[in-house]
Design a protein around this ligand. Structure first.
Ligand code: AMP
Ligand code: MG
Length: 328
């Protein structure tokens, strides 16, 4: 029996390109492809029927979501239009995502904020010219960051508010991709969209092994592994997208209360959920909250989480303990 389980287990060895969790391959995969969207490489491994056709539809849908809906920079996106005009209509996807984001802002005690666009631009982390802003600039960029609303499908932004969905867009893409994969009749799939990974198998017995990147190592270094069934996994880490000025390193996950990179005592948070939207958004929210408040909130929100603290401790929710193997 143990042997049988070993045979059906798909080993997804860890870590990838610029992402937080990477994977090597889906064991027994019949098709692999990748493309660039959402500012990252999207990797798609498939086993089942009509793999190439399915890959093309995954690519088309992910690019649509990026360029026509969620991107801050693409001039044809709904989000760009709303940010430019201060008001606008959200289609089905954007409405769904914003509704969840508003709820998460409330439930997370304002640790999550979908309106940090001005602050994110001010710091310029990930751009060619990041900088440490002064206090007055930070205060100004934070003004109105929670002042946005969705009524029906109309989005209205208050003065100074600019939406940035970088914390959850890639996870939502995993959910949309999963729908295509299920409808397409795929047997198994592993799809990596930056820091979020979709693990899917038709068989409820299937397990996948996913690596959590070593926050102090290189992109291929794995600190721990998780053995999971079909689900979505997202990691937020301060080692990703950061810059150093005057000997201090500044990362890209901000505390909405200070307007500076969150200093919550953690360097990485991994969240497991059935939904990619939830795993992605929650990994960002839990990073800002830190371990104590984060564990409480994870329990309330019904997700499993693994925190790696500044001093290299691993702390996880009870439901994931027996699925976690620490390697370092
Ligand atoms: P992630 O890597 O999923 O944790 O997302 C980080 C990205 O989300 C950043 O690059 C920003 O675009 C955005 N962001 C940063 N801080 C927050 C926050 N507190 N709440 C929501 N979005 C944030
Ligand atoms: Mg996130």
């Amino acid at each position: 029996m143990a042997k049988k389980v070993a045979v059906i287990a798909a080993v997804v060895a860890v870590v990838a390109l610029g992402a937080f969790i990477l994977y090597d391959s889906l064991k027994g995969k019949e098709y692999e492809g990748s493309f660039f969207a959402m500012d990252t490489v999207v990797s798609v491994d498939l086993t089942g029927r009509k793999n190439e056709e399915l890959f093309e539809s995954v690519k088309k849908e992910t690019k649509r979501l990026d360029e026509r809906v969620l991107s801050k920079t693409s001039e044809s996106s709904e989000l760009h239009l709303i940010n430019s005009d201060g008001v606008g209509v959200a289609g089905t996807d954007l409405s769904y995502v914003l509704e969840y984001a508003k709820k998460l802002e409330d439930d997370s005690g304002s640790s999550f904020c979908a309106g940090l666009g001005s602050l994110v631009s001010l710091w310029g982390i990930g751009s060619d010219s990041p900088k440490v802003p002064d206090d007055a600039e930070i205060k100004d960029a934070l003004k109105g960051c929670f002042d946005w609303k969705l009524s029906g499908n109309t989005v209205t932004l208050g003065e100074g508010c600019s939406l940035d969905l970088g914390a959850l867009g890639k996870g939502y893409a995993c959910d949309k991709i999963k729908s295509l994969i299920v409808v397409g009749g795929s047997d198994k799939a592993v799809v990596s969209v930056g820091g979020s990974v979709l693990l899917y198998s038709k068989s409820p017995k299937e397990t996948f092994t996913v690596g959590i990147r070593d926050p102090w190592g290189g992109v291929d270094d794995v600190a721990a592994k998780l053995t999971l069934g079909s689900c979505c996994v997202s990691t937020s880490g301060s080692y990703e997208r950061n810059f150093t000025a005057d000997g201090k390193t500044y990362h890209h996950i901000f505390s909405p209360s200070t307007g500076s990179p969150a200093e919550s005592g953690v360097v990485s948070v991994t969240v497991v959920s059935d939904s990619g939207l939830v795993s992605d958004a929650m990994s960002t929210a839990l990073f800002v909250l830190g371990v104590d408040k984060g564990l409480d909130f994870a329990a309330k929100a019904g997700v499993e989480a693994v925190f790696i603290t500044d001093d290299g401790e691993y702390i996880c929710t009870p439901g994931i303990k027996d699925k976690l193997t620490i390697l370092k």
